[in-house]
Design a binder for this molecule. Structure first.
Ligand code: ADP
Length: 397
């Protein structure tokens, strides 16, 4: 099962995108519909609202009169909190029930207008944002839905900004054009990304690796931040820190388009205990990797002690955003080296050039095979280990 969050400003095209996803086979969980359902006539939810706010919130036919409720509940923070304390648990429970009832191989789409405002993005395995310019949205809302312009403007102004939505968007769907344009984009997204993502997740396999060096993408740090936010939710207090490491964390450095993230934990038992949560967040375990390549250290001059270099590797199941999640023990040599190497490369231009030359040579001589590529790169990592260690010690001194 894959869980996707769909959001966007009022009138941006969420319902339009949701409809295409459902046509492709998605299971839609519509948060607005659930919010209405849990307070429909005859429900315990409506009874609780009447008990809290009086039967002045009911229309003549016994259904909830939303404007009347809003007039009371939005009058002050205490009333608003009282309303939320009644409705939020009911919406949460019904949402969980609908998701649990979906088939094991479902692609579940949660349509949540206030996903950004409520900080829900890190709970989703992927976030789609549909967007259109405010004036375009207003025109569509007035023409198709007959909304009042002043009211719509006020509501749009109270919602998240495009910039806030951008920060959580794994996929940004531009719906300024004709409906067919965004519809086609959604169908492609379904086939190229969502279906394989769900399958990789369910089967616990990694997508095919990308092995070509590409120019640095200025979006990499933002993409890493989104992954890190998900990992914090998945790991909770077990993660002592989570960092963007590797070449994509070094501004301007060409790299393979794979985001490396390090989750620092207290010990290997904790690393192992995180397996299920990381898999559920979209990052199944790659059990074939058990440690980094050991390097000679003062405590192990021959560099033969593998036990000090143990790690767990989880890989993103999303073919649209390859990522490796390295789970390492705090203050183990591998954990320190990942951070120090990144900082050294960030600080030292000649080091960056040396590393890039090596990577280019490795790619030219070994082509796209990841194992032979690593065989060329690893000796350099071994060779510069003492240099980086010395540099890092000097920084800390
Ligand atoms: P939301 O669910 O985000 O509020 P909708 O999907 O309901 O937005 O879209 C708002 C209105 O604009 C609807 O009436 C919809 O049919 C219409 N609409 C959506 N996308 C387009 C488009 N690309 N061109 C023209 N009208 C559109």
């Amino acid at each position: 099962m894959l869980r996707i969050g769909l959001t966007g400003g009022m009138g941006a095209g969420k319902s339009t995108v949701a409809r295409v996803l459902v046509e492709q086979g998605a299971v839609l969980v519509d948060s607005d519909a659930i919010a209405r359902e849990v307070v429909a006539p005859g429900t315990p939810g409506l009874a609780a609202l009447v008990e809290a706010f009086g039967d002045g919130i009911l229309a003549d036919d016994g259904s909830l009169d939303r404007p009347k409720l809003a007039a009371i509940a939005f009058s002050d923070d205490a009333q608003r909190a009282k309303l939320n304390a009644i409705t939020h648990p009911l919406v949460g429970a019904r949402t969980a029930e609908l998701i649990a009832a979906a088939p094991a191989n479902a692609i579940v789409v949660q349509d949540i207008p206030l996903l950004v405002e409520n900080g829900l993005a890190p709970l989703m395995q992927l976030v789609l944002v549909v967007s259109a310019d405010v004036e375009t949205r207003l025109k569509r809302l007035i023409e198709h839905r007959g909304v009042d312009e002043a009211d719509a403007r006020a509501r749009i102004a109270a919602q998240a900004t495009d910039e806030q939505r951008h920060a959580v968007a794994d996929v940004w769907l531009d719906n300024n054009g004709a409906p067919e344009v965004v519809e086609e984009q959604v169908r492609q997204l379904w086939t190229d990304r969502l279906v394989p993502f769900e399958r990789n997740l369910r089967e616990g396999v990694r997508p095919p690796r990308r092995n070509r060096l590409v120019l640095a993408d200025p979006e990499w740090p933002a993409q890493a931040r989104r992954i890190i936010a998900r990992l914090h939710v998945a790991c909770g207090a077990s993660a002592l820190r989570i960092d963007h490491i590797g070449s994509t964390a070094v501004p301007g450095l060409p790299a393979k388009n794979i985001i490396d993230i390090q989750v620092t934990v207290a010990d290997m038992d904790t690393a192992e205990s995180l397996s299920a949560a990381l898999a559920a967040a979209g990052f199944p375990l790659d059990a074939s990797v058990t440690h980094d390549s050991p390097k000679p250290t003062p405590g192990d001059p021959s560099g033969a002690d593998y036990s000090r270099w143990r790690k767990r590797l989880h890989v993103s199941a999303d073919p649209g955003r390859p990522a490796n999640i390295h789970v390492r023990v705090q203050d183990s040599p591998g954990q320190r080296y990942a951070l120090d190497m990144r900082d050294w490369l960030r600080a030292d231009e000649s080091a960056r050039n040396q590393y890039l030359a090596l990577k280019s040579e490795a790619e030219a001589s070994t082509g796209q095979d990841p194992d032979t590529y690593a065989a060329v790169k690893e000796p350099w990592f071994d060779a510069v280990y003492p240099v980086v260690a010395e540099w890092a010690a000097a920084q800390r001194a």
